[in-house]
Ligand binder design. Sequence first.
Ligand SMILES: [Zn+2]
Ligand SMILES: [Zn+2]
Length: 381
Amino acid sequence: MVAISRRIHTTPELGFEEEHACAWLSEFLGDAGFKVRQGICDLPTAFSAQAGSGPLHVAICAEYDSLPVFGHACGHNIIAATSVGAALAAACVADDVGITVEVIGTPAEEVQNASGKVLLLERGAFSTAHLAMMAHPGPVDVIAPKIIAASMFDVRYIGKEAHASAFPELGINAADALTIAQVAIGLLRQHIRPNDRIHGIVTKGGDAPNIVPADTAARFMIRSETLEELGHLRPRVYRCFEAGAAATGAQLTIKGGDKPYAHMIHDASLASFYRQNAESLGRHFRDDHFERAAISTDMGNVSLALPAIHPMISIDSLPAVNHQPEFTAHCASEAADKALIDGAVALALTAIDAAQDGVTRERLLRRPGRVPVYSQADQNI
Ligand SMILES: [Zn+2]
Ligand SMILES: [Zn+2]
């Protein structure tokens, strides 16, 4: 497992390009006796690896994509190894406790729109699973991290080139359009909800300072507490981009954002099993350590379809946090190796607990593929 983690760490691959990681994980699980299918649901870097034949179908999600430039700055190498380890352990007792164990290799978590789990869900990869789980590395252990809805989209303005000094009155400035949009977004921030987020980058700002920029582009993300609230925020942000077009005369197009990430519903009993199991391995949860922290993942979409958990597991990286180059270094450390073994054991024990706790087992078996509805009290794990 440690070797797999380190190998993926040194060979970072972007979303939907994870050919090596997908092949290594499939081969490893195949050698361990799992029935492996690569390229499921028309996604070449997705896979399924199955063992056991019990009625309770446990899906363990493996992520393995990296970030651009900074490699595995989100530790998906650790997720991949953790999930493989959890599946190996659970498979040893699968028939004794009446479970089928499946690792679902879910590519491209970092792409933030139409990602691996979103497409796999749409195409039926989770249709027979009764529960889904994974553990994600972070700076501290958190049982049910705040996971909010998110949407990523691309913005483009087309204006008109002109000599910036000799004939500026003939130009239509597409960079000004982006500036106006960003000023409008900055002002909008006073009037959004506490869990709303708007952030982005300019991906093309112009070609030369003496040419009026006529083709500019940006990539932005919006986030909200729930998918419904995201639906309220979206038109307000889009209007800021329209303001840039209206003020300059540049033409605006917005692409993407059509398959957003959902907020997450953490399954209360699965989370409490995981917590007990992780604590028995000596882990300490620091659930309130980051007051404002809110992340987004396509595991949220999975959690709306079937009971799921997504705890954060500490790799002892502070002050480094996810998406920093310093975190990349921590994802191949002794603490990272310990985390992936603890995570694997805790997830495997959680699957066994779910299978052996009568009430939980019955509930999971009764409600395959349905949206779970839990009270607020259930969410206070
Ligand atoms: Zn990430
Ligand atoms: Zn991540």
